[in-house]
Write a protein that binds this ligand. Structure first.
Ligand SMILES: Nc1ncnc2c1ncn2[C@@H]1O[C@H](COP(=O)(O)OP(=O)(O)OP(=O)(O)O)[C@@H](O)[C@H]1O
Ligand SMILES: [Mg+2]
Length: 274
């Protein structure tokens, strides 16, 4: 049941694959923003021209915020998420995560801060096929060198938290899309992150399942986890308490939002489960 997972089985580019040492999570410092970007820019040289994926972005996100990032295709949303997620380095500008200067970190340091502070959720779930929900969720702990018994207990707790305590042995192909995304959220949570970065987490889900996932995100946010989530759907962004709009690599909108209550919307769809 708990087949050893080999790093060769990993999907390419999986940020959970980083071989970083395990470190203790630290409490967020209320005096400083969790995310602080100053004139952060990302440029690509393509065919003799320059693509300005992100132009001199200055922005802060405090611990405990729930931010939705919106904008047309190609406006720089994923570029922003990759920089914030310490998956990529900026061309110019500065970035601090929990007060630590990320822009001057090397690969190993980036992997370490990522594993310590961030959980990632993707549109296509990025779960290992032919691998149980339990083992998928244990994976980041395996990389962090956590002993097996503790790995199993922590993964179980997170799967129970996302409502999948009865599906531990199911492979991704034996789960619905919403269940697969909940496994991915459990995996993102298993390292006790301060920040969840989700790039279109509801992009592959129907509207009802999207609301379920957003209800889970809101519950996590109420527990104090900071959430930054990219979405194309205004209905999804409406669950966030701040909405940032991108266009052509720039922020063109940044406003507080009175969030809709996803659990209440779900209850209205299913009165018997209210
Ligand atoms: N590796 C790269 N090389 C060259 N250009 C790139 C690269 N990655 C992204 N870009 C360009 O940077 C710009 C921003 O891309 P990005 O992926 O951040 O957009 P996005 O807002 O996430 O779009 P979508 O909604 O389609 O996911 C686009 O013009 C894209 O073509
Ligand atoms: Mg994108």
């Amino acid at each position: 049941m708990n087949a050893e997972i080999r790093s060769a089985d990993l999907p390419a580019g999986d940020p959970h694959a980083a071989d970083a040492p395990a470190m203790d999570a630290r409490a967020p410092d209320a005096a400083q923003p969790l995310i602080r970007c100053e004139a952060l820019a990302k440029r690509y040289e393509v065919g003799g021209g320059t693509v300005h994926a992100l132009r001199e972005l200055t922005l802060s996100v405090n611990a405990g915020e729930f931010v939705a990032v919106m904008g047309p295709s190609g406006s720089g949303k994923s570029t922003f998420m990759n920089l914030v997620g310490c998956l990529d380095q900026p061309s110019t500008g500065r970035y601090w995560l929990a007060g630590e200067p990320v822009d001057s970190m090397n690969r190993d340091q980036l992997a370490a801060i990522r594993n310590r502070l961030i959980g990632f959720v993707f549109q296509q779930f990025n779960l290992l096929p032919r691998t149980s929900a339990q083992d998928n969720v244990e994976l980041p702990l395996l990389y962090a060198g956590v002993p097996r018994v503790e790995r199993q207990a922590r993964a179980l707790r997170r799967l129970q938290q996302v409502g999948l305590g009865e599906r531990l042995d199911h492979h991704p192909s034996q789960l619905s899309g919403g269940q697969q995304q909940r496994v991915a959220i459990a995996r993102a949570l298993v390292n006790d992150p301060q920040l969840i970065l989700a790039d279109e987490p509801t992009g592959a889900l129907d509207s009802r399942t999207s609301i379920e996932v957003m209800a889970l995100m809101q519950a996590l946010n109420r527990e104090g986890i900071t959430i930054v989530l990219v979405t194309h759907e205004a209905d999804v962004a409406a669950f966030a308490s701040r909405i940032i709009g991108f266009r052509d690599g720039r922020v063109v909108r940044d406003a507080a939002n009175v969030p809709h209550d996803a659990a209440a919307q779900l209850a209205a769809l299913e009165p018997e489960q209210g």
